[in-house]
Design a protein around this ligand. Structure first.
Ligand code: GDP
Ligand code: MG
Length: 187
């Protein structure tokens, strides 16, 4: 498990990978982390990762929690979801997240993975886009295999988390919440 950053270190944004088994959550995470496509990854393994990235020129950390089905147990799922500041939903966990967090304004993006398998597509881009519109979140088509939109997905989500923290900081300047950099909806 990753350790928290010390004061004075770059900001840290916590992302949770959600979505059904087999959609490519681990493959996207590992491609983003190590620049490699891992074809076979233990489908039962949940793990967390930390990486330093340049976010619009500012050094920042990203923590990624790659979930793996254990979220079927309510207690584990709630814990996962409370610890996240943003969600990268690789088709289609949205309802449960809303129920747990009861908040529509949590940073969230919808990612249609495996876009290299266009010929086997079941969900049309139009359907995915209209779902994303309904949820008020961006939609990206990505491939963990060919690295299309992998960095873009994670960076887009980090930006949303950062902007939300900045907004929360402005609203409650000087308070402990703002100083801790935490996303207040999760407290
Ligand atoms: P998870 O259960 O959501 O973590 O899914 P995995 O990351 O373990 O991926 C499930 C399967 O889909 C594996 O066999 C991967 O090799 C494959 N896979 C994941 N991402 C892609 C992709 O972008 N393109 C293709 N062609 N296969 C992928
Ligand atoms: Mg996995």
């Amino acid at each position: 498990m990753v350790k928290p950053t010390k004061p004075g270190e770059p900001p840290l944004h916590k992302v949770i990978m959600v979505g059904s088994g087999g959609v490519g959550k681990s493959a996207l995470t590992l491609q983003f982390m190590y620049g490699d496509f891992i074809e076979e990854y233990d489908p039962t393994k949940a793990d967390s990762y930390r990486k330093k990235v340049s976010l619009d020129g500012q050094e920042s950390f990203i923590d990624i929690l790659d979930t793996a089905g254990q979220e079927e147990y309510a207690a584990i799922r709630d814990n996962y979801y409370r610890s996240g500041e943003g969600f990268l939903c690789v088709f289609s966990f949205r309802d449960q997240i809303c129920r747990v967090l009861d908040n529509d304004h949590i940073p969230f993006i919808l990612v249609g993975n495996k876009c290299d398998l266009e010929s086997q597509r079941k969900v049309s881009a139009r359907d995915a886009e209209s779902r994303a519109k309904q949820w008020g979140c961006p939609y990206l088509e990505a491939s963990a295999k060919t690295r299309v939109n992998v960095d873009e997905s994670f960076l887009m989500l980090m930006r949303k988390i950062r902007d939300k923290k900045n907004e929360a900081g402005k609203e409650s300047e000087g308070t402990e919440k703002a100083a801790s950099g935490k996303c207040c909806v999760l407290l």
